[in-house]
Write a new protein. Sequence first.
Length: 331
Amino acid sequence: MARKKPLVVVTRKLPDVIETRMRELFDARLNDDDHPMSQAELVEAVKVADVLVPTITDRIDAAVLSQAGESLKLIATFGTGVDNIDVGTASARGITVTNTPGVLTEDTADMTMALILAVPRRLTDGVRVMTDGSWPGWSPTWMLGHRISGKRLGIVGMGRIGQAVARRAKAFGMSIHYHNRRRVPAAVEDGLEATYWESLDQMLARMDVVSVHCPHTPATFHLLSARRLKLMRPGSYIVNTARGEIIDEAALIRQLESGAIAGAGLDVFEHEPAVNPKFVKLAAEGRVVLLPHMGSATIEGRIDMGEKVIINIRTFADGHRPPDRVLPSML
Ligand code: 8YV
């Protein structure tokens, strides 16, 4: 007799090809209208599911997990970051957590590179004059930005995405510097001609562009604090495609408003989907470029993520250790 298919609750709409496969393989409960689930809906989901497939828009905290039914044994999140999940509590309740690392590295690095270029080269200023019809015609001293070639890029968090950004930035002529909990292997450092800074403070004080790529954990919350942002060089830029919570946003706004930091390229925010209106004002002035958390938003990436979720569920359901297990000790 065929084994009972696991009941898999997916909290948001996924690409059609993934949902079709999930329907074939699992007793899949999908979210056809893609509405973000309330905490009450999440509680209902964990009460009945064998597997929960959440995304970044779901807060799977201790309160939700305390309501989980006996059958919930796997949370296979659709995404790499797990800061929206209380992994410690899940693990204590015998619930395995998996994520989707690796498949969104290149897309996120591409978007980071776009932001590294966008602010110094005044991309949105240029787009604006073309769409509002205010282009006065070419002039040698008009719409001048700053060169990025020859500048120092400081990468905060040299994991997969940090390294992918470093490869791109090196090809654009930037010199690569990084701060990480652990120094990366010498072969990686040598290939990137990267300089390791044990002290984040010292690195920040010397960079032209700083780009954030560490995960958001209790240890990295406001890692770029008011004190650290003040260490940044006058005229420098900051880019964040990781998590909004890693930068003290109020302090960043102060530094941008005073002109101490020349500009910022931000894809992520502390209180998503809310965006501080001061950022919007700065964006209208061309001082910052804002994107709506779309670093990994490619159809190819989303399908790869979905396939990883399916592999994790299948492996787990077959009684094996899923490939992308996240342990509390990894955070
Ligand atoms: C995803 C991300 O879009 O994977 C991550 O950690 O930040 C994003 O690129 C999102 O998390 C999907 O849940």
